[in-house]
Design a protein around this ligand. Sequence first.
Ligand SMILES: C[S@@+](CC[C@H](N)C(=O)[O-])C[C@H]1O[C@@H](n2cnc3c(N)ncnc32)[C@H](O)[C@@H]1O
Length: 160
Amino acid sequence: MSRLDGFISRMHSQRAVLNHIKAASMVAPDGVILEIGLGNGRTYDHMRELFPENRIIAFDRAVGSHPHSTPPESDLILGDIMETIAQFAGLDIAFAHADIGTAYPEKDAKTLTWLPQSIVAALKSGGIAASGLPLDHPELEPLPLPTGADPGRTYFYRKR
Ligand SMILES: C[S@@+](CC[C@H](N)C(=O)[O-])C[C@H]1O[C@@H](n2cnc3c(N)ncnc32)[C@H](O)[C@@H]1O
């Protein structure tokens, strides 16, 4: 598969999981959502459409998002996520979406030394996680992928 096809598959899969979370009402309207890796803000914008009543807090090193999909300052946490996400431990987050994979195995392996446990610490019991990198953790129960999501492109869990 070409890198272009791989990218398209990843985007289709990401959207399919987000749309499924919405369709299955897996996030209550008063639940706080974390967008881990704001990037250009395309996914943030989609999540904002899907979950208009929820507060969505986005993380990145610096603002690189399009002005039309940049969160308000109060919902933007800048810096290294490995450090900044720690302040959300125990805050009963309803849904965490992470898109910080790089396709460089050594970099992703480093990210995976802190990402799964950081998400587990932030989520409430029954909270949902979706990620472009696998989140192997005993407290995260893998959920079946919805139609339209390709295995290996996106990962989907509920906190036990
Ligand atoms: C693939 S992009 C996210 C794309 C996003 N879903 C969108 O729709 O534009 C990943 C983003 O995560 C950020 N990122 C990755 N690892 C990070 C870390 N440890 N700390 C802060 N930001 C990080 C990068 O700066 C980048 O902007």
